[in-house]
Design a binder for this molecule. Structure first.
Ligand SMILES: Nc1ncnc2c1ncn2[C@@H]1O[C@H](COP(=O)(O)OP(=O)(O)OP(=O)(O)O)[C@@H](O)[C@H]1O
Length: 615
């Protein structure tokens, strides 16, 4: 247990001033509930401390943070901390990221950097550091980012042999002399606001890059990967090229409107240009974290995160983002939000307050004029849609009947809980299997709650082809609980048949609407034909499948008033197993009384945190 680290943190806390309290107290678990603290997998050591904008002032008390000897990331940006860096920081041998920008730190930079061989990102910008830049920085050979802008650093810039450095900013200091050859590969903006000149401006660029140690970064090829381009640009190489051309065209006419965080072509440019934008935007717009969110990052982290596109949905694209400390999360970038800022924030506040183990918690959101981002945990197993319809080899065995039953039960619990919110009026509004994940106990867990009302209306044809739309629903912004019940019914049919709600026949010449197809087969006679072949391998589940089929069909009744209400649906789904195995209860699916899942009406249940962080 990290008692030593806990004491070090409390000593730190006790010796700084805070403008608002931090939830660090001895009775709660350092690793699980202390804001800004991240531990290693076995929860034995603190590996990251991130307290951006935490209202901390005063110097870093000596012999406090330096005792966190496993610390990799120290982030205290946007506070009012002052004084010089304690010399005992040299004990933090595992540091990979030091983010102290936008404070009032002063004094010289540390002189011996050989103590931090693993540093990759250093941001000390917007402080009052003075003295010269130590050449010993070259000892941190893995540095990719060095931002010392807006300080009072003086003297000449030393030769820095940092082969991996991709982003350098020394602007707005009191530096003088010549930019050393080793750093001439960086654009002149990196040095503006100083009294420096380029030594051999006239020499051809090719010659400059031949200088030892200043060639392209070892991993330069990676730069072309979308993953390295930053969170929202992470998606599409073609798009990047197009955007670059577009940017060049418009910039040359001096007419481009800054689109905020997210458009550029190279990571280096992103870091340099966008940081400025991000910071200025941050004045009015910040990431809002909900209670219980262990992530501590800010816009800059998001910009720096390597990102992978998970997919594009009706409301925008979702990205799997990995922060520098290897925290993984999902960022959903909403496109075409129709709600005004206040309305959007109110809706997100309401959604963020929902705590239930069958509802994927909205961890944080960001809202500016140009961007609306939502942050969720990453569900490593993928959505129910990908489990059901993804590569069949991959999923073989993954979705047995037990699993499907637990998906149905969990999802029903989640939706029923959502329906108790906002005075019993809230609807999910976008029920579909790509929005359902598995919680740590393997039960269904509903994501993307209540986004539809703040988004632009989805055109009716698009709504139709999704196959989940209730017949009476013509305006996607006005979902009802009855339409959620319909969507849930479609999910049950999907689980039973293994077929998508809209799918082509095997010959490919006809599109099948799952609800109609199941209805027509069932009308003929109760037949095993509707059931997924893979389910037929399991003996004696037919009765349970038929029962689920009946529930599903009741949910997809044409008239909304004929559909059951979610609490009834939940009760019935939970009874599927109980009725048929009364003498031999499944060890996995316990009865509602004994289940670890809260009943759907219980408020304030503990949260599920399914991300990799838990493993
Ligand atoms: N938290 C998450 N963890 C893992 N995968 C996710 C997560 N959120 C979304 N995904 C996956 O990313 C892909 C895109 O999701 P997204 O929510 O953007 O679109 P969608 O679910 O297909 O449609 P919609 O926008 O209507 O919800 C989907 O395959 C989805 O299952």
């Amino acid at each position: 247990k990290p008692e030593e680290d806990e004491r070090a943190l409390l000593d730190f806390l006790g010796n700084v001033s805070l403008s608002r309290p931090l939830n660090w107290n001895k009775d709660s678990s350092v690793c699980q509930s202390w804001t800004g603290v991240l531990c290693n997998k076995d929860q034995s050591r603190v590996i990251a401390l991130r307290l951006p904008r935490a209202g901390i002032s005063g110097p870093i008390p000596p012999s406090t943070l330096s005792r966190l000897s496993a610390l990799q990331i120290l982030g205290l940006r946007w506070n009012s901390m002052s004084g010089s860096l304690p010399s005992d920081f040299s004990k933090l041998k595992n540091l990979t990221g030091l983010h102290l920008q936008s404070n009032s730190f002063s004094g010289p930079l540390p002189s011996d950097w050989s103590v931090w061989p693993n540093l990759t990102v250093v941001n000390l910008s917007n402080n009052e550091f003075n003295g010269s830049i130590p050449s010993s920085i070259s000892n941190s050979t893995y540095l990719t980012t060095l931002d010392l802008a807006n300080n009072s650093l003086s003297g000449e810039i030393p030769d820095l042999y940092l082969p991996n450095l991709q982003m350098l900013d020394l602007s707005n200091n009191d530096l003088a002399g010549r930019v050393p050859r080793s750093l001439q590969r960086f654009p002149s903006q990196a040095f503006v606001g100083n009294n420096v000149s380029f030594e051999d401006d006239a020499s051809p660029p090719a010659l400059r890059t031949k200088h030892p140690g200043v060639g392209p970064p070892k991993n330069a090829s990676k730069l072309s990967e979308p993953a390295l381009i930053g969170i929202v640009i992470g998606g599409c190489l073609l798009g990047v090229v197009a955007i670059a051309l577009f940017t060049i065209m418009f910039c040359s006419r001096g007419g481009i409107k800054r689109r905020g965080l997210l458009k550029s072509q190279k990571r280096q440019e992103v870091s340099q240009k966008k940081r400025g934008v991000a910071e200025s935007e941050e004045k009015d717009n910040k990431i809002v974290f909900f209670e219980g969110c262990n992530y501590t990052f800010d816009l800059e982290d998001l910009l720096r995160a390597s990102a992978e596109v998970l997919g594009k949905g009706t409301f925008g694209a979702s990205y799997k983002a990995a922060l520098e400390d290897a925290t993984t999360m999902v960022v959903k970038r909403l496109k075409e939000v129709s709600a005004g800022r206040k309305e959007f924030e109110q809706q997100m506040e309401m959604v963020g307050r929902i705590r239930h183990e069958n509802v994927a918690q909205l961890r944080a959101y960001y809202c500016s004029k140009d961007e609306k981002l939502l942050v969720y945990d990453f569900y490593g197993e993928g959505s129910v849609s990908s489990l059901l319809h993804g590569d069949r080899c991959e999923r073989r065995g993954a979705l047995d009947w037990e699993t499907r039953l637990k998906i149905a039960i969990g999802t029903a619990r989640g939706i029923a809980h959502i329906h108790t919110q906002n005075g019993g009026k809230l609807a999910h509004g976008n029920m579909k299997s790509s929005n359902i994940f598995l919680n740590p106990e393997g039960f269904g867990c509903v994501s993307d709650v209540a986004l539809a009302p703040v988004m632009d209306q989805i055109p009716l044809p698009l709504l139709r082809i999704s196959g989940y739309r209730a017949p009476e629903m013509t305006d996607s912004r006005k979902p009802s609980q009855a339409s959620d019940v319909y969507g849930f019914g479609v999910l049950l049919l999907e689980l039973l048949t293994g077929k998508s709600p809209m799918h082509a026949t095997s010959s490919g010449d006809e599109v099948i609407h799952l609800v109609r197809w199941v209805n027509s087969v069932v009308r003929e006679e109760w037949t095993a034909e509707v059931f997924d072949m893979e389910l037929l391998r399991y003996p004696s589940i037919e009765e349970e499948m038929v029962e689920m089929l009946q529930i599903g069909m009741a949910c997809v009744a044409r008239m909304p008033e004929q559909r059951p209400k979610m609490p009834d649906v939940l009760r019935k789904v939970e009874e599927i197993r109980r009725e048929h195995t009364a003498t031999e209860p499944s060890p996995e699916i316990k009865s509602p009384g004994s289940t670890s899942a809260p009943s759907p009406t219980r408020e304030g249940a503990e949260t599920a945190s399914p991300s990799a962080r838990q493993s």
